[in-house]
Design a protein around this ligand. Structure first.
Ligand code: 5GP
Ligand code: ZN
Length: 114
């Protein structure tokens, strides 16, 4: 499949992983927009939030559970952070494999998307 994030999951494109379990992977964004900028993705290829099914509810909860754990590990949980999911063209989505941006490590004052 011609999907950058599926290739990162397979390992054919390298990444700096910060979290992994059976269903979820998280790695550093290649073009960080903040001191901490991590992408949290399901290993299942879901193109956008619009494609999430009711049966994916547990998987979506796991993405957020990973976000909480990573924020703690990165030492930014108490100071705060932002979770962003861009959807389709107007939302600024560039990679069509569902992902949550975890941004932090500085005061995020604007509508920082990525
Ligand atoms: P989107 O705009 O789709 O929400 O965000 C896609 C994000 O993926 C961007 O922040 C971009 O920097 C990141 N990205 C794109 N290609 C790669 C890659 O090959 N490796 C990593 N680590 N991040 C990538
Ligand atoms: Zn994919």
């Amino acid at each position: 499949m011609d999907c950058i994030f599926c290739k990162i999951i397979e390992g054919s494109i390298p990444s700096t992983k910060v979290f992994e379990n059976e269903r979820v992977l998280a790695f550093k964004d290649i073009q960080p927009a903040a001191p901490v900028h991590i992408l949290i993705i399901p290993k299942k290829h879901i193109p956008t939030m619009n494609d999430v099914k009711d049966e994916d509810a547990d998987l979506i909860a796991e993405l957020f559970a990973a976000a909480r754990q990573i924020a703690k590990e990165q030492g930014i949980a108490d100071a705060g952070y932002r979770l962003i999911n861009n959807v389709n063209s107007d939302g600024g989505q560039v990679v069509y494999h569902l992902h949550i941006h975890l941004l932090g490590g500085q005061k995020l004052s604007t509508l920082l998307a990525n």
